[in-house]
Design a binder for this molecule. Sequence first.
Ligand SMILES: Cc1ncc(COP(=O)(O)O)c(C=O)c1O
Length: 461
Amino acid sequence: MSDMTERIKEMTAHTYGTWGRQNAWSTPLLITDAEGVYFYDNTGKRYLDFSSQLMCSNLGHKNKVVIEAIVKQAEKLPYAAPGFATEILIEAVEALRSVFPEKLSKFFFSTSGTAANEAAMKMLRQYKFPAYKVISRYHSYHGATAVGQSFTGDPRRWYAELARTVVDGVVFAPDNYCYRCPFGITYPECNVQCARYLDYMIKEEGNVAAIIVEPIVGTNGRQIPPPEYYPIIRRICDEHGVLLVCDEVMSGWFRTGKTFAIEHWDVLPDILTTAKGASAAYTPVAITASTQEVADFFDEEVFCHGHTFAYHALAASAIPAAISEHVRLFDSGLPQKASQYIKQKLYELADKHICIGDVRGVGHFWALEIVKNRKTKEPFDTKKDKFSGKALTTGKIAGDAMQNGLYISAWYDTLVITPPLIINEQEIDEAIHILDKSLEIADKEAVETDVAASRSCDYSS
Ligand SMILES: Cc1ncc(COP(=O)(O)O)c(C=O)c1O
């Protein structure tokens, strides 16, 4: 065993691995370098990053403009207590205002998506007092701490519930999951029942303060609602005086082709949370944005919230640079062209591989849902299997791809196709070529039927 392997094992023995049994946290791959859409391990092996690490390295790796901005700030003033103004905070707020919808005009800075949602919870419960309930959806993830887990619909919440680390007052609504509609109906005949049902829920629940949504669901499937969905929800919220909170931690920052995913529906939330792409993952920074109406409430009320690292200067230093780099990138037209190419290539893969049940997404935000049987939609693995220790089929596909130099994040039922926004057609071809081979693993265990892959979120077809 090499000295480095020993040291990795020593390190993992003394650290908690995230979201898993600790005996599986033993010898993670040692990443030593990264540039563009690639990263490298300590043997020099190259991997194409088809998931932007944790769906956050939107500008790829080693962006010089962002790095220079961070270095400049590190040399000048890495930190000042949150009660002070800093020049970089002034610049960051100016930069945010240049891309945020005008209505979302007041910001709180923290250091993770989870923390952004914690701040949102305090804002909405104080603002809507005595109403306190929040409606979330089952296919969702909103963070790792008590509030984030309470909002979360996916199986990570089950563990937080067992540990009694959830807050009360969160209820769950049916998802806009057209491939497996919880009402068993089909768009457009469904009349978008999943949105309309929220009116019933609000009336029956009572004391509802807010609805929280990932406008396009991230980890839990890239479900894109039909055009009517968010306008209906906005109307229902307005009729009942309920706030709409959009968690754009993953779907924000141009990943779907717009600054924020909710802009595809021409709808605005009352509170928007975001992180990840806000710095293109170069620094840990997160933002909770509210309308002026919510903000005004706190003029005479205590906003009883803050952190030592709130408005951290070094964290904020990446924001203006990341925004200008995103704007420059989209001005070049590369991401717009590449996203069409990704779509075409994923549709081709879906035509070829019987294990792909559904292909859905937009921009650089795609999911391949892997199934055993396209006709019955029988899945290989379920939510319950996620933390059971079972070897998941999506994991086998991603593992094989990794062996062949392609990094793809996998959930229990979907592959997460979220490359950096700088990816070009040649790099997409390289990724698709590897993925094409790896999908054969699941094809061998899938049942041949006469049913084609579904494109459940392509409302144009
Ligand atoms: C939609 C969404 N909300 C919140 C979070 C939590 O963000 P963080 O991991 O930065 O705390 C995530 C993380 O993946 C996310 O995807």
